[in-house]
Design a protein around this ligand. Structure first.
Ligand code: GLN
Length: 304
């Protein structure tokens, strides 16, 4: 496949397209990002790296971090995790409180905020130094020890985390949070404030495209059953109440974040990341979705 030619074509198409959407401003520090940033990187199992634009510039990974925390929690506690968090699409916004009340504090899936907060609780219970080990995990799968948290984004979200604190309190009232609320919230905000480039995220996501193995050294990071589960959850829940639309238009498992990133994979083929900060009303990168739709259309390949 001529991936670089296809990416070049996507870059030209995007330069002609009128950009719509809004930067996430409920985390004030994210609102400072230049809305014209645009990068895309594809890492093919058989033929290596391709990309364009701001593909090497770091951005806030936000909810894309939920894929990494899920992977770590599954490795720590296995399938019993899924007695505390379900695996059904929510059909609701990422930070919604409504379902939790009538579903007795069990979040619909690990990628809405409530679910990711339960996962953070599992990490706090099972790791000695969860923040450090979370970052170490990312260093390992991306092969890059320079990846860090953006302290300003971390502090900025901390000041405006009332809704996530509300989710935690509600779940704690149902007995589904075991640790101190502040500690769990702190880890969750920390993981969201990690900064990575399209190039780095794509390399990290290779484990999901490559049957759970790192491509660089063949080390199995998560079992093949684990990969089946994580990719299925990305497919059905990776875009909140727009997961159906993403499947319909793009046809790949993936995960978005309010920093404007979308990482996706084609199992056995490639991992790919797009970054463009303007978000559509559902909180997913508008240009990112379009670029990935063009990728699967121009290659003629999706998972379907
Ligand atoms: N840190 C953000 C929050 O909890 C992540 C949301 C997202 O990327 N969708 O609101």
């Amino acid at each position: 496949m001529k991936y670089q030619e296809i990416l070049n074509e996507i870059e030209i198409e995007l330069s002609k397209k009128l950009k719509s959407g809004k930067i996430a401003s409920y985390i004030p520090e994210l609102a400072k990002i230049d809305q014209n940033k645009l990068g895309m990187h594809l890492y093919c199992i058989n033929s290596g790296h391709y990309g364009f634009g701001d593909e090497k510039e770091k951005f806030s990974i936000q909810s894309i971090s939920k894929v990494f925390s899920l992977t770590m929690a599954m490795n720590l506690v296995g399938d019993k995790l899924f007695s505390r968090v379900d695996v059904e699409p929510s059909g609701d916004p990422f930070n919604s409180l409504v379902q939790l009340e009538y579903e007795n504090g069990i979040p619909r899936n690990p990628f809405i905020n409530a679910g990711a907060l339960v996962i953070a609780d599992v990490l706090v219970s099972n790791l000695e130094n969860p923040k450090k080990e979370f970052l170490n995990f990312i260093h390992k799968i991306s092969g890059d020890d320079s990846i860090r948290v953006n302290d300003k984004v971390f502090e900025s979200e901390k000041k405006f985390s009332h809704r996530n604190a509300a989710l935690l309190n509600l779940m704690k009232s149902f007995g589904n949070i075991q640790n101190d609320i502040e500690t769990v919230l702190d880890l969750y905000i920390y993981q969201c404030a990690i900064e990575m480039s399209c190039h780095e995220l794509t390399t990290a996501f290779m484990i999901y495209a490559n049957g759970g193995k790192m491509l660089s050294n063949n080390i199995q990071v998560i079992s093949t059953t684990g990969i089946k589960r994580i990719n299925a959850i990305m497919q059905t829940c990776g875009f909140y109440d727009e997961a159906g639309e993403f499947s319909f238009r793009v046809g790949l498992p993936g995960k978005s974040g309010v920093g404007g990133g979308i990482a996706a994979i084609h199992p056995g083929q490639y991992a790919v990341t797009v970054w463009s900060p303007l978000l559509n009303p559902k909180g997913n990168s508008a240009v990112g979705m379009y670029a990935l739709e063009r990728l699967t259309t121009l290659t003629g390949l999706s998972i379907f």
